[in-house]
Every structure is written in C-alpha cells, then in structure tokens.
Design a protein around this ligand. Structure first.
Ligand code: FRU
Length: 325
C-alpha cells in the first residue's frame, strides 16, 4: 500500500460460504461509492492461525482500518488487541471477542436471536416437546450467545426439554454426522434447532436417511435466498422456519468510512432479525429477486462509468499531445 492518499481497508473473514460471499459482495459494492478506497478481503477458512496471519498481513501492509469476523473469540483476541493498540481502527462484524479493544461492532444481537428462537419454538410446540440443539463452533460468540438466549427463553417452559446438544462447528456434514448418532439414541424428537440453515439441512438429511424426517420440525438461522439456501428450504417444506441473520456489508463500509473520515459513528450497530416461515417466504423470494436486479444495474452502471472515464482520459491525453506538438 505505497500510494499516498489511498485508503486501504483490510477485511479478515473467518470462513468462506454463501453468507460471507453475500457480505463480501455488499462490502465491495458499497466501497465503489468512496473513490480512493481499496478493499482487500481475505478468508481464514475457519483456521485461527490463518486468521492471525491475515490480520498481521494487513498490519504489515499499512491498512488504515481492519474489519474482522473473529473465528473464535479467545484465539483471535490478542492479534485484534495488537492492531487496535497500535492505533489501527478495528471494526468487528458478526462475531465478537471478550475484550473492549475494538473500535466498533456491526451485526445482530445473537443472544436476542437465540431468545426469540426459543420463544418461537415454545409457541410452535404449544409448550410441550423434545428438542435437539445443534450449535455452531463453541468458541465463536454467535454459537455461545444463541445457545444462552435459547436456554434463557426455555427456562420458563417446563414442558420443553432439550434432549441433546452437539457442536457441529457451523458445517453441514458435521451436523449430519452428529445428528445421525443423536437419532440412534433419541426415539422422540419433536424439533431440531440448528444454529444455521446449513446444519439444519444436514440434520434433515440424516433424518431422511433414517425415515424419520416427518416426525420432527427443523429450524435454522441465516435465511439466505438462492438455490438450496434457507428461504428456499422453507418454501420446499424442509425447514419449518429460519431467522434472518443480516449480512449488512454496506453498513460495515459506511461505519468504517465514518471512522476514517472523523465523523460520528455508533460503537454498536445492531442489525435486527426476523422470522421467515411458510407465511412470508414467498414474499421474501420476490423481494430479493427484485433487489438483485437492482444490484446488477448498479454494477452495470459502474462498469459503464469506468469505460467512459477511460475514454475521457485517453481523449485528454490526445488533446494534450496535440497542444504540445
Ligand atoms: C457463516 C456463518 C453463518 C452463521 C454465522 C455465525 O460463516 O457460519 O451460517 O450464522 O457464520 O457467525
């Protein structure tokens, strides 16, 4: 990052999947509105050591601000503190650390989400039933907070029993395996709550294999649109419901720019969730289809603008050459 007057924003993602692809797209698109800003995105592929190296790399490159979704709270905290203590603003997204050495946080309140989901489950089962919880990676704050929220919401529901909990690390295949062995042990399961849609879908596949999918409901989190993703899983009656986990990449860039340009910014930007079930999933699909055509138009306009600017600067060069000659 040699050039003066250029701003470099480093983005360190913990993982690589549709949810993060959507957030990364939003970040890149929003950054187009800030000339002179370069965004570099790196993925740690769920590896703490790789993420530490990525953040070190951004420090070495002289990044002006670092955005981090910490894979695991404890492991990633020291390198975040190091960057922050050096005076580099750090914006946490989606996942947090147990330290206040960061500049701002943008994402949902995962405790509140877990609580809302617990309340939904209790109502859906009319206050009575056996549930299985498949958690995300235990060391990551969304898994920890969604779990705590769920437990607190169910504390007033004596008729609801959590008969099994397993850590499936946010992955579909781990969820499939974990749920396979839970199915073998539990004859009565009314509902499976997985901390994301991918794991819910893995659990569903295990239940289908055992011929037990119709005995229970599946609830997930994320509610992404697209083939095989959360909202479609609801319209296909594979999931009973899912809860929106907003990606908010555009907000991330806005907050980052407010920090960099010395404007006011909130320390916590909380993005809200909403229930997606068979009543509203169709509407969601229609709305997102519309939004993605608008997104494509923005991208088309941007590349036209680039082409015009290129032509304009070539003409200026030509004119300048004529005058000099
Ligand atoms: C994507 C993801 C989501 C989940 C979030 C939690 O990488 O696994 O499915 O909601 O991370 O941080």
């Amino acid at each position: 990052h040699q050039e003066k007057n250029r701003i470099l924003i480093g983005v360190s993602q913990c993982s690589d999947d549709e949810w993060r692809t959507q957030m990364n797209k939003e970040i890149a698109r929003e950054a187009l509105f800030y000339p002179g800003v370069t965004v570099e995105i790196r993925s740690a592929h769920d590896d703490n050591q790789k993420q530490i190296a990525d953040i070190e790399y951004f420090m070495d490159e002289g990044a002006d601000l670092i955005v981090v979704a910490p894979n695991e709270a404890e492991a990633i905290a020291p390198v975040i503190e190091k960057a922050y203590d050096r005076g580099i603003p750090v914006v946490l997204v989606d996942r947090k650390i147990d330290s206040d050495h960061y500049t701002a946080y943008i994402g949902a309140d995962n405790y509140d989400m877990g609580h809302q989901i617990g309340t939904y489950i209790a109502n859906r089962l009319h206050g009575k039933g056996n549930i299985v919880e498949l958690t995300g990676l235990k060391g990551s704050t969304p898994a920890r907070d969604r779990h705590r929220g769920l437990i607190d919401a169910l504390a007033d529901e004596p008729g609801i029993r959590i008969v099994a909990t397993a850590d499936a690390g946010w992955f579909q295949q781990s969820a499939e395996r974990a749920f396979d062995s839970i199915l073998a042990r539990q004859p009565l399961i009314d509902l499976v709550f997985a901390h994301n849609d991918r794991m819910a879908s893995g659990a569903h596949e295990a239940a289908v294999r055992e011929g037990r999918a119709d005995e229970m409901l599946f609830v997930g989190v994320d509610a992404l649109s697209g083939k095989g993703l959360g909202v479609n899983l609801v319209t296909d009656s594979i999931l009973d419901a899912t809860f929106i986990y907003p990606t908010g990449g555009d907000r991330v860039v806005q907050v980052a720019m407010n920090i960099l340009e010395g404007r006011d910014y909130p320390r916590e930007t909380l993005l809200s969730t909403a229930l997606v079930n068979r009543q509203n999933a169709r509407i969601m699909q229609m709305q997102t289809a519309h939004i993605s055509t608008l997104d494509e138009k923005i991208e088309r306009l941007n590349s036209q603008l680039d082409a015009f600017l290129l032509r304009y600067s070539a003409q200026r060069m030509f004119l300048y050459a004529c005058i000099v000659i």
